[in-house]
Design a binder for this molecule. Structure first.
Ligand code: PRP
Length: 180
């Protein structure tokens, strides 16, 4: 890629500093440790840094959800594409998400995971776009509330590109019909 149609919204330093604060809060709330469940694929970068900011015992697992993918609409159609490796009944589960936009992904996931009887189920999201919410989601920990702009980097993609940017950036070129 030669062009760089992005501007920095949250620097890598601010991301890491906020993650240290989130880790400290999670340490306090989960003295016996926690199972981190990351939603593929975008949350993997956040998971890797958050897990290392937590000093209590941590286990990790992954879940795949296909929402509206390349032609995302607010239809609310969501399905599981990769299930967890292990059962979560009786466990303290913290879902790790990179961004909450409409809330459709997380409201679906919470309803799926609640049926499995975890001891507790909470959400940590690095980014929250409250202006775009169509489904209510109860988020225990939020890194940053951001305006309604299309962001990429630190795990977030546009058509699978830009995930490896260290900063969270606004894609200046409007991404057309793709909405996150
Ligand atoms: C993005 C993001 C969240 C979801 C948030 O995932 O990672 O999972 O959209 O949007 P919502 O609140 O409107 O449901 P995406 O479907 O782009 O998959 P990816 O993580 O693999 O990029």
């Amino acid at each position: 890629m030669t062009e760089s149609p992005t501007r920095i919204l949250v620097t890598a330093d601010r991301i890491q500093s906020r993650i240290r604060e989130l880790g400290a809060a999670i340490d306090k709330d989960y003295p016996n440790g926690v199972l981190l469940v990351a939603i593929l694929k975008g949350a993997c970068f956040f998971l890797a840094d958050l897990a290392r900011a937590i000093t209590r015992p941590v286990r990790i697992d992954f879940i795949g959800i296909s929402s509206y993918g390349k032609s995302k609409t607010s239809s609310g159609e969501v399905k599981l594409t990769k299930d967890l490796d292990s059962a979560i009944d009786g466990l303290d589960v913290l879902v790790v998400e990179d961004i909450i936009d409409s809330g459709i992904t997380l409201s679906y996931l919470v309803s799926v995971l609640e049926q499995r009887k975890p001891r507790s189920l909470r959400i940590v999201a690095l980014l929250d776009k409250p202006d775009r919410r169509v489904r209510p989601v109860d988020v225990a920990y939020v890194g940053f509330q951001i305006p309604d702009e299309f962001v990429v980097g630190y795990g977030l993609d546009y058509a699978e590109s830009y995930r490896n940017l260290a900063d969270i950036c606004v894609l200046e070129v409007p991404p057309g019909p793709v909405v996150r």
